[in-house]
Design a protein around this ligand. Structure first.
Ligand SMILES: [Zn+2]
Length: 112
């Protein structure tokens, strides 16, 4: 199973599980590898993703003020798709750095 690792600056690194038999990466974690049915996993760090799709969720915060949260689907450099909150403009096909902050996956643009 994936467990967050803390970097020196306090942010948590994002990881996925990688099958030790065939190298397939899975997220969320799975009991058996969907490719080879292996059950041995190691942790693989995921650094970047490429933005595939973008949307915004609209709601209200705890005080009732309108709130918009930008969300993106990204293809990680390890293979699996993830959904992350965007910390910058959405550019389809652009590269983003993925980090965990308070259990939330954040995608930060690699170039402004
Ligand atoms: Zn496998």
């Amino acid at each position: 199973m994936s467990t967050p690792k803390r970097s020196a600056c306090g942010m948590q690194m994002f990881t996925v599980d990688q099958c030790t038999a065939c190298g397939h990466c899975a997220y969320p974690p799975r009991y058996l590898c969907p490719r080879c049915h292996g059950a041995q996993w190691k942790t693989r760090r995921v650094v970047r993703g490429i933005l595939q799709q973008y949307t915004e969720t609209r709601g209200r915060d705890a005080e009732g003020a309108p709130r918009t949260v930008p969300l993106a689907t990204l293809r990680t450099d390890a293979g699996p798709l993830v959904v992350a909150r965007l910390a910058g403009p959405a550019v389809k096909g652009a590269s983003y750095t993925l980090t965990l902050q308070d259990q939330a996956l954040i995608a930060t643009p690699d170039s402004p």
